[in-house]
Design a binder for this molecule. Structure first.
Ligand code: ZN
Length: 225
């Protein structure tokens, strides 16, 4: 059965990830019969807004197949108008009940942004757009005294969840109406498992932005851009 609620969709993703992690994937919906069955229309149960990293292939790490996942990927899961439009298409036209922001440890886009900020050297070409989209997360991390790269990644994932809702009235309305949820998960490259770092349930409106907070009185690492 194709999941029709945010809870069912998230449970299906976690079940597939467990199969992948434990080395017993079923590779569902990848056969010729299913290919023919979905040729006339799609009803994906989750939108994945993921990092483009080559080790983060959504259908593999969630053990799914054709027609299951509506995948939008950019370096560092940065969000621009085309990404927002793609997400809105899935949740409104296709009726997809769950949006997942998929980031990962050792994210090169986050590292590149930190390097650019640290050195004061903007990256060449359009890579600057990726860096610019990550910088607000770096500032938030600095405000919290967070310096470990993977903790910064978690903050950036949560910030991407917040950015989706803040910049897409259409998505925010779907969530507020209880038809869709938005979840941020962090993937570990070596273990292959995902961990939830932010969640806005159906009917909710506020992103939970996690991450270690600097103890009172401690000095936050300065980040300037
Ligand atoms: Zn990445």
């Amino acid at each position: 059965m194709t999941p029709t609620t945010p809870e069912q969709a998230l449970a299906e993703l976690h079940a597939g990830n467990r199969r992948f992690v434990t080395g017993v994937p079923r590779h569902p919906n990848q056969d010729a019969g299913h290919r023919a069955a979905v040729a006339d229309g799609q009803h994906p149960f989750a939108v994945i807004v993921g990092c483009s990293d080559s080790r983060l292939a959504a259908e593999i790490i969630f053990d799914r197949g054709l027609g299951d996942l509506f995948v939008v990927r950019t370096a560092g899961h940065t969000v621009g108008p085309e990404v927002l439009g793609s997400v809105e298409y899935a949740v409104t036209v296709l009726g997809t009940p769950l949006v997942v922001v998929l980031g990962h440890d050792s994210c090169g886009a986050v590292q590149a942004a930190r390097d650019a900020v640290t050195t004061g050297t903007p990256p060449p070409g359009h890579l600057g757009a990726v860096v610019d989209a990550v910088v607000p997360s770096l500032r938030l991390a600095a405000d919290r005294g967070v310096t470990e790269i993977n903790d910064i990644v978690d903050i950036h994932i949560a910030q991407t969840v917040a950015a989706l809702l803040a910049n897409s009235t259409v998505l925010a309305e779907q969530v507020a109406a209880g038809r869709c949820a938005v979840v941020g998960v962090s993937y570990r490259l070596s273990a292959g498992e995902v961990r939830t770092v932010a969640a806005v349930p159906a009917g909710g409106s506020t992103a939970t932005v996690p991450g270690p907070v600097a103890p009172a009185g401690s000095a936050a690492t300065a980040v300037t851009a």
